[in-house]
Design a protein around this ligand. Sequence first.
Ligand SMILES: [Zn+2]
Length: 295
Amino acid sequence: MRLAIAMLFVGMVWGQTRQVAISFDDLPRGGDEGGVRKFSDVRVMTMKLMRAIEGVPVAAFVNPRQEREFGESGLAELLGMWRRQGAELGNHTFSHPDLNKVSLAEYEADILLAEPAIRRARGGSQSRYFRHPFLHVGKDEETKQGLARFLAEQGYMVAPVTVDNSDWMFARVYTTSKDPKRVREEYVRYLDEVFAFFEKKSVEVVGREFPQVLLLHANQLNADAMGEVLAMLRRRGYQFVTLEEALKDEAYRMKDGYVGTNGISWLHRWGVGLGMALKFEPDEPKWVLEEFRRK
Ligand SMILES: [Zn+2]
């Protein structure tokens, strides 16, 4: 009995000490292909998302090519909303190229091309963080090392992702679903499972849980579901921390041993570095996958 009480106490303390840094990619909008594109709709979507994450520290990664859809002032207005929320705006390349498909030189040029718009949105300072589109960091050792060197020289820190997931698949299905509530509920349930998976994986790879970095995308699904996502995370015992705070943990100094074409969690990369076999996170529910494939 005494042991059970002690374990419950440890569980509660442990629960309270979980931490996660939330990040959004593809600003001002993306990760859902066919979703809202009109400036006024994106503005409303962004307002809703900002309300949902009020007081939550987030990092947010921009693709300034969307300036072509929203105009320079439109993009600035949307990014300004994130800035006012307190978001740490970072570089996600100008046009979201796939490092598996373009040359390193083209990719590097695209990173530099993104900077002026992000710098303006940041009030004049260069982005501190870089997030790789598709989480592709180099399909061979030479590309991987070359890009890492370039980023360091340019003064960027890599923003890794530990809790990778398929929010983009749900987001795509959500845009046209006849039962959006079902998609939202299934999405939150799925993220809950993904967190359980990566918490376990953390213990396997790092020997303990540590501050996670969650990747989500800026779109209607997350604007609508964010309240439920945050509630789920709080239920799991998470506190929300900045990316900077999360990356202070020693875990983020581990070796990324993976070289290949997959865009995967850094927990998988560190696992490979330790000689562990790749074993991926839970699949999306079958009906979501099937609806996604019909698109
Ligand atoms: Zn992206």
